[in-house]
Ligand binder design. Structure first.
Ligand code: PMP
Length: 313
């Protein structure tokens, strides 16, 4: 099924139709997979008639950090990135839940050590909530190790990194699973192919620390904040594979995934094998905050249409 990308895109800061959003087939992005990207979501609030982009500032800062680390020069200013994204959304008149992608890529026909020119592309896809959020997923541990920080930077959303995630995801699907949990080279729990991992043990939340070869996920940061607001203890630490089998609940989270319960790992049920109460409470808090159904954390929601001012109140 073709992906229903919204008809207007943004290329190098200009709004262009989908079929004119083109780059040369010999660009560095194609030759070397050289680029960094972001995946964000926009949430439509019917009552306020407003579309909120969730944690836009943090996504743009991570993109800029990624450009710096991957030596893409010059690093775009935050205002340029924000304007390009918002202009594209407005050109499409989007008033529904959407997924947004921004890619800063190596353009031009130069060799491996090129640092520019750098192109920027932004697009949107209407995306309602996945049924996995309600129903949960069955997950396998990957035979592919998560890429190590001294080889490729997991905390950068570099496009080339995702060949590692893709191999893991494809393996899991071939074997009949809905998702994959990757381990570090040392065999410790790292993350999913597009989401960060959490588990509940002894009434507390545990998640791999940022040195476990994970992306420094914005949703992970959000979940940690919401959990602490609910009075839950959160431990960021090294996690063993066999600890996960003892979890009473588990879930993973990401901008695209939102919060999805993990029902089993390697066909071993986690807890009761159904979405648990801690996961459900965090999902409720998460959707309230992203959809602007609470006054809390207005700084996390950027209104696209300007109906509600910068804060949600
Ligand atoms: N890990 C990986 C490998 C990812 O691709 C993503 C999706 N960006 C995440 C975790 C979740 O990150 P975020 O919450 O910032 O979307």
């Amino acid at each position: 099924m073709p992906v229903p990308t919204a008809k207007m895109m943004s290329l190098n800061g200009r709004v262009v139709p989908y079929d004119q959003c083109l780059l040369h087939a010999f660009s560095g992005a194609v030759k070397y997979g050289a680029g960094v990207f972001e995946g964000l979501r926009g949430y439509w609030n019917e009552e306020r008639q407003e579309l909120y982009v969730f944690r836009l500032a943090e996504h743009l800062e991570r993109l800029r950090y990624g450009m710096r680390v991957m030596r893409l020069e010059p690093v775009y200013e935050r205002a340029f990135l924000e304007d390009a994204l918002l202009a594209m959304i407005r050109a499409n008149g989007l008033r529904e839940n959407i997924h947004l992608r921004m890619i800063a890529f190596l353009d031009g026909d130069d060799e491996l050590a090129a640092t520019g020119p750098v192109g920027l592309v932004c697009g949107a896809v209407p995306r309602p909530r996945s049924k996995a959020v309600e129903e949960g997923v069955h997950v396998a541990v990957s035979t592919f190790a998560r890429l190590a920080d001294n080889a490729m930077p997991p905390r950068v959303k570099a496009t080339g990194n995702y060949l590692n995630n893709r191999a893991a995801e494809l393996e899991a699907r071939r074997n009949g699973y809905q998702g994959v949990l990757m381990l570090t080279e040392r065999g410790k729990v790292s993350e999913g192919s597009g989401a960060c991992f959490f588990m509940v043990r002894h009434g507390a939340l545990h998640t791999p620390d940022v040195a476990s070869d994970i992306l420094e996920s914005i949703t992970r940061d959000t979940v940690i904040a919401l959990a602490r607001e609910q009075g839950l203890a959160v431990h960021e630490r090294t996690i063993d594979r066999h600890e996960v089998y003892a979890a009473t609940e588990a879930f993973w989270c990401g901008s695209g995934y939102e919060i999805q319960p993990i029902l089993s790992l390697d066909r071993l049920a986690l807890g009761t094998g159904a979405p648990g109460p801690v996961t459900r409470a965090l999902q409720r808090a998460y959707f309230d905050v992203v959809e602007g159904r609470t006054e809390a954390h207005p700084e996390w929601r950027t209104p696209v249409w300007g109906n509600a001012g910068r804060a949600a109140a």
